[in-house]
Every structure is written in structure tokens, then in C-alpha cells.
Design a protein around this ligand. Sequence first.
Ligand code: IMP
Ligand code: MG
Length: 177
Amino acid sequence: MKMDPLGEVYLSAKEIQGRVKELGKMISAAYRDKELVLLGILKGSFVFMADLIRYIEIPHSLDFMSISSYEGVEGSPEAVKILKDLDESITGKNVLIVEDIIDTGLTLGYLIRHLEARNPESIRICTLLDRSIRRIVPLPIDFTGFDIPDVFVVGYGMDYRQLYRNLPSLHLCDVRV
Ligand code: IMP
Ligand code: MG
């Protein structure tokens, strides 16, 4: 019989919303009177992004990128491919990358180097979850929702084999099942 990998709630919808609201306020204060573009990394960040922008009180635009992960290829930057590029130019703009979770940092490290070549005014990072214990590529993270230990989580946009993105809370997930 196939076992259900979905585990108990790790962060409730209410805890997440409370923190996302705080992040929205911090971002609003940090970018007042600046031209801000939020850059969501698909697919995992789309739920976080949708909530976050409703707590940001200053004008801003949105864009999305989709990049392939480097799964199975040990840290080779060539393995990160851009599947969907930005729609608008970021030259001279303040880019805030919005991520669901930063783990090794390999994907984002590659992406930032790539985006810097387009001469934005600034690039900063906002992540809901930071699994900092697993970091390989050091990244300055400006806005962090929660630091998490080495557990695999799903829900609130995050998946295991493309499932569970719809859950309003974050759950532990047993990836061995
Ligand atoms: P890394 O920082 O390049 O290692 O990759 C981070 C990406 O892997 C995240 O943006 C997620 O898409 C995915 N990921 C890492 N940990 C988890 C998890 O616990 N649940 C769901 N996706 C994860
Ligand atoms: Mg992601």
C-alpha cells in the first residue's frame, strides 16, 4: 500500500500570515520612493508573492522567472537553465527577488550573477524560509520569514512531486515515502 508522505503542520496559516504581514511592512519602509520590482521565482513562490504584495503599501511592479533546478548535477552552474525570462527590463530598477525557500543557494547564486549583468540599481532577496544550515553559496538575505532546520516542507506554494502547493499551512513531508 502506498503511504501518505504528508506530515504534521510545521507552521500554521495564521503564523505564516502574521510574518508575511511584517515582511510587507519592512519592504514598504525599505523601498519608499524607489522604483521597486518584485521578482518571483516560479513555481514555489507564487502563493507567498500573492499574499506579500497585499501587505506592501508602496507602488511596485511584478515579474516572474522560471529556472530549472540543478537536480542531480552537483553544483554545476551550467545546469541552471532559464525556462521563462523576465517580461520587462530591470535596468536601473530595484529588484527584490521573492523565493519560497533558500537551501544550498546554488540556484539563486547563479541567478543573481545573471541578473547583475542587466545593470539593475539594486538586487535584494526576500525568502519565506531560510534553511541556512544547508547553504553552500553564501547569499546576503535581506528579508527572511523563518529560519528552518533540515526538514522538508510542503504547502503554501511548495511541492513534493508537484503536489500539496494548495495547502494554506506548511507541513512536514516525508520524502522517503
Ligand atoms: P537551492 O537553494 O538552490 O538549493 O534550491 C532551493 C529550491 O529548492 C527552492 O526554491 C525550492 O523550489 C526547492 N526546495 C528546497 N527545499 C524544499 C522543501 O523543503 N520543500 C519544497 N521545495 C524545496
Ligand atoms: Mg523556489
